[in-house]
Design a protein around this ligand. Structure first.
Ligand SMILES: NC(=O)c1ccc[n+]([C@@H]2O[C@H](COP(=O)([O-])OP(=O)(O)OC[C@H]3O[C@@H](n4cnc5c(N)ncnc54)[C@H](OP(=O)(O)O)[C@@H]3O)[C@@H](O)[C@H]2O)c1
Length: 185
């Protein structure tokens, strides 16, 4: 998406979904994921994060991760939300989390102006919205061998087909299957 008139950072997805396509249960619970997230396997998250300048997440994802103690991110986090107040960030996260009521393009332009060049985009609805706008560069999707039957989907409606180039797939002893895709423009 970057061009000289309006340079934007590149946007990268690294996410896990159930085999039937959900990133969380209907109430946002990710117990099924945490229970299978064996630390004995290297799924590439550290390597992925090493090249990321900041994280952009939807309000739904923030409402889950704000419960985590310790805070799991070393990079600055921007939460896109029209319903959360900017000053609702808890004291322990001030300076680490910002809540912005901005469009994806506005948020990306602002982050680019701050020097961010590579962003981690997280949250199902947010990823869908970025995909519809052609703002996602690539996705690493890890499929967890479980059927949830219902939940919050990773993907949703698109205005037109989004074509992807498959780059690699690796399977882990735990049963996780991880595929990398580049978005074709
Ligand atoms: N499996 C995994 O790897 C994984 C990864 C991430 C998250 N999760 C889970 O997924 C759940 C959250 O995902 P989600 O799809 O429900 O929500 P989400 O994408 O994290 O957040 C959606 C919310 O973000 C706000 N928003 C602001 N700008 C937006 C835009 N341009 N497009 C879309 N939303 C925008 C809206 O809230 P406002 O009404 O405030 O504007 C919207 O309701 C959580 O339970 C989280 O734990 C799982």
């Amino acid at each position: 998406m970057s061009d000289e008139a309006s340079p934007l950072p590149s946007c990268h997805v690294f996410i896990a979904q159930s085999l039937d396509g959900f990133i969380a249960r209907p109430d946002g619970d990710i117990d099924w994921l945490l229970a299978r997230d064996t630390s004995r396997e290297d799924h590439g998250y550290t390597q992925f994060m090493a090249r990321i300048d900041a994280i952009v997440m939807g309000r739904g994802t923030y409402e889950k991760v704000v419960e985590f103690d310790p805070w799991p991110y070393e990079r600055p986090v921007v939460v896109l939300s029209g319903s959360l107040a900017e000053d609702s960030v808890p004291e322990r996260l001030v300076g680490k989390v910002r809540i912005l009521d901005r469009s994806p393009q506005e948020a990306l332009a602002g982050l680019h102006a701050e020097g961010c060049r590579r962003l981690y985009v997280d949250g199902g609805k947010l990823i869908q919205s970025f995909l519809r706008r052609g703002l996602i560069d690539d996705l690493v999707v890890t499929v967890v061998p479980v059927l949830l039957g219902a939940g919050r989907p990773l993907f949703g409606a698109v205005d037109s087909d989004v074509s992807l180039a498959h780059e690699s797939t690796v399977s882990f002893p735990s049963g996780l299957v991880q595929s990398r895709y580049r978005v074709l423009r």
